[in-house]
Design a protein around this ligand. Structure first.
Ligand code: 4AD
Ligand code: MG
Length: 468
């Protein structure tokens, strides 16, 4: 039976006759192999007595090659590790030509590694990021399951544009410029979903509390460090919740999953913390974060999020500049305009210096399904803004009143025929309800300190890029 290096390290005691497998990180002095099997950030030092192995085998122990080794685990005499494996048997599982293997034991740029996304997981950084991603996703399920939310698998192929922004990828089997969708596979126009929210609303109005956690797709041409064309979203939807209940849940939820990685991923985080600090040093002083990564996560977990209405935020922004010399690129002139990420980041990073929940946005700049306030101007929307990544959550209390919904759909040119079933939900047993969407990669980005969202999803899809 192959033992995982993570188990050996957590047991931390000598053992005889163990067998491990992994990939060679480095091989020094024909004697010391640093082996990693992906189970932990720590390599296991394996010691071979080269006199015992023939030179053909020794030549094949190169960075990237895969090995199986067996021997005795003993206390290390060297520095840097407490245990090491004295190898008595070694098998090369897969060779790796050192002239051709792209992942050398040195620092590669993230841009370079993106082109080698099939091999970048062999690096310490991607290994750590993807372990944290996995722990975070399990924490998502644990949080909701412990609160009796039901996991809903909303459809990936849909006819409706949930956000009404028209940024959808068509799903079609039609050939030769045929646009007769009646003869298409589903007998109608279909797309990849931009959000599972509308279906989640239907299920919340029967199951009570549900959440989705699945891939969503947006055909927006945003080539930024925070946008993907395919990303994962968590969308809880709760019957009988108002906007405040919704915000409270979102805050608790985010803190829970971040606390989980502080507890479970301390070694990976310690490594990424160092990475983060080094990356910060490359930035101009004004853009540097004055906290380390772990410090930043703890700060979010331990402090209340600042809650402020859109109207109050605008008052602050009209009178502010991002710094003494510079103005905002988009000047906020009056109430009603949408915030750009520079404004969001100003509020979070400069003004309040903590996560910010903005609520009650102008109806005109938000989706059709949000509940209209008594002022007839604003809707019960909320966005949660985070340092570095900007908007991490978008949510709202939903419009549960039939006439109000129909009016908003008309005003915003939403296809009522397509959404007949959504309107039905307001006809039969409608109740107040709320929900939000957390962009999973944005929270992974925050939790790992990676500056580009393309480096926190295994195979990123972005405009002009769907390799692998
Ligand atoms: O604000 P959004 O568009 O809201 C919705 O989709 C609602 N249906 C959610 C709901 O109320 N159930 O998206 C929600 C979150 C954003 O706050 C952001 O974190 C993330 O999804 N997101 C993206 N992440 C990566 N790449 C993109 N292109 C993203 N667009 C949105
Ligand atoms: Mg949004």
């Amino acid at each position: 039976m192959i033992t995982k290096i993570s188990n050996l390290i957590s047991e931390n005691k000598s053992r005889e006759n163990i067998e491990i497998s992994g990939w060679v990180k480095t091989f020094r002095s024909n004697r010391f192999i640093a082996l990693n099997d992906g189970s932990t950030i720590n390599n296991l030092q394996c010691i071979i007595e080269y006199e015992k192995f023939n030179s053909d085998i020794l030549k094949k122990i190169t960075t990237g090659a895969s090995l199986q080794v067996s021997g005795n685990l003993v206390e290390s005499k060297g520095k840097g590790q407490t245990l090491e494996l004295v190898v008595n048997k070694l098998t090369i599982l897969g060779e790796s030509d050192p002239e051709l293997y792209p992942i050398q034991p040195k620092k590669h740029s993230y841009e370079f590694l993106r082109e080698k996304a099939h091999l970048r997981i062999r690096t310490t950084t991607f290994n750590a990021v993807m372990r944290i991603r996995s722990v975070l996703s399990f924490a998502v399920h644990k949080f909701f399951q412990e609160r009796n939310f039901y996991y809903l698998n909303s459809p990936i192929i849909t006819g409706s544009d949930a956000e009404g922004a028209g940024e959808m990828f068509r799903v079609s089997t039609l050939k030769n410029n045929n646009t007769d969708f009646k003869s298409d596979f589903f007998g109608k126009e279909t797309f990849l979903t931009v959000s599972g929210q509308l279906e989640a609303e239907s299920y919340a109005l029967g199951l009570g509390d549900v959440y989705t956690f699945g891939p969503t797709f947006r055909a927006e041409n945003s080539n930024t460090s925070r946008h993907l064309s395919e990303f994962w979203m968590i969308e809880p939807e709760m019957a009988f919740y108002d906007l405040n209940d919704n915000i409270n849940l979102a805050e608790k939820f985010i803190k829970h999953i971040l606390r989980t990685i502080l507890n479970k991923c301390s070694n990976d985080l310690a490594f990424l913390d160092q990475n983060y600090i080094n990356e910060q040093k490359k930035k101009p002083l004004s853009e540097r974060s004055d906290m380390g990564l772990i410090e930043k996560i703890k700060f979010v977990v331990e402090n209340n999020f600042m809650r402020i209405s859109y109207t109050d935020a605008i008052k602050i922004l009209i009178h502010s500049k991002p710094n003494k010399k510079k103005k905002f690129k988009y000047i906020i002139e009056k109430w009603g305009c949408d915030l750009q990420s520079e404004h969001e980041r100003f509020l979070v990073e400069k003004h309040f210096k903590c996560p910010v929940v903005l609520f009650d946005y102008p109806a005109k700049i938000k989706a059709f399904y949000m509940r209209l306030n008594e002022d007839n101007k604003t809707v019960r929307a909320m966005d949660i803004l985070f340092p570095g990544v900007g908007e991490i959550v978008g949510g709202s209390q939903r419009e549960e009143r039939l006439e109000f919904l129909l009016k908003r759909m008309d005003e915003m040119n939403i296809n009522k025929k397509e959404l007949w079933w959504y309107i039905d939900l307001r006809r039969f047993g409608s109740v107040p309800h709320s929900g939000f969407g957390l962009g999973f990669e944005r929270i992974v980005q925050f939790a790992t300190g990676m500056s580009n969202i393309r480096d926190v999803i295994p195979f990123p899809r972005t405009p002009q890029n769907a390799e692998f």
